[in-house]
Design a protein around this ligand. Structure first.
Ligand code: PAF
Length: 284
């Protein structure tokens, strides 16, 4: 496996692969890899001739400087894991390599068709502009056949589908297929996240109440309305010492707009466990 740190070297390798008609799988990550990422990489390795994993903590998608500073960075360990998993290339550029000074300091313009106005987008203004900026750049550099994303960041995934399938940028990406990959959970139910590394053992136990409540809500949904289920989920989690719900919204899976039925619905939640912001979701 080769670690590449410049766009020029990456493009050279990609062009060599494309000349040989090889299919390329891309797994974009911000590093601090866990079993959830490993599942994406395994799938990419098994479905493509070549697997490229990007490891880049993208500064333009952080609207909170402290969150960016505290984001775990474990490149050496990540490279070890990716070698074991059979990835072929790791692309780990610096911010200066990825962006010009102007790009770093100007919000990336993109028409989200309203997908950025709810939930994560509402709480973290500009976050998805940064995500689209980095993901579109990675797609243009790597020219993947398939790109793999976890369903834990469901709104991000919906926005990436929009970018590739319906937005004015869609022609830049050829026949790229976006591969949705299910949430990977610990045996306890806790959704895997790089941010879990910042939880103490006690906080991890407390955080279990998030997935436990979401699973229980599948039962509640059999006899209650959407509004009642939303309220019960929020009240149940807020009743746990150490947890505070930022939002819980049951929305349509495609439009991400609030819905009053459980058909094609997904419940998306963000909860603070101490200072750590955790997200999860459940499909009804
Ligand atoms: O989901 C993530 O880890 C990031 O948002 C992504 C897609 C790698 C872009 O920086």
């Amino acid at each position: 496996m080769q670690v590449l740190t410049t766009k020029e070297n990456l493009v050279r390798q990609v062009e060599a692969c494309l000349r040989q008609n090889k299919t390329i799988g891309l797994v974009p990550t911000m590093g601090a890899l866990h079993e959830g990422h490993a599942a994406l990489v395994r799938r990419s390795v098994s479905e493509n001739d070549v697997c490229v994993v990007s490891v880049f903590v993208n500064p333009t998608q952080f609207n909170n400087k402290e969150d960016l500073q505290k984001y775990p960075r474990t490149l050496e360990k990540d490279v070890e894991l990716l070698t074991q998993l059979g990835a072929h290339f790791v692309f780990a550029p610096s911010a200066e390599e990825m962006y010009s000074a102007e790009e770093m300091n100007t919000e990336f313009a993109f028409d989200f068709n309203g997908l950025d106005k709810v939930m994560e987008g509402k709480m973290r203004p500009g976050h998805f502009n940064g995500v689209v900026q980095v993901v579109s750049r990675l797609f243009e550099l790597v020219r993947p056949t398939r790109a793999y994303f976890g369903e834990k960041d469901f709104q991000q995934l919906a926005i990436i589908h929009h970018m590739v399938e319906r937005s004015s940028m869609k022609d830049n990406f050829g026949d790229l297929q976006i591969m949705d990959c299910p949430i990977v959970r610990e045996a306890s139910g806790l959704a895997l996240s790089s941010r879990n590394q910042r939880l103490s053992e006690e906080e991890k136990t407390i955080a279990l109440n998030i997935s436990k409540t979401l699973f229980a809500s599948l039962e509640w949904a059999k006899t209650a309305t959407v509004a009642e289920v939303e309220k019960r989920v929020i009240d149940t989690i807020n009743a746990v010492d150490g947890l505070e719900v930022e939002y819980y919204e049951i929305v349509d899976r495609t439009t991400l707009q609030p819905t009053t039925t459980f058909q094609n619905a997904i419940g998306c939640i963000t909860v603070y466990c101490g200072p750590v912001r955790l997200i999860d979701n459940i499909q009804y």
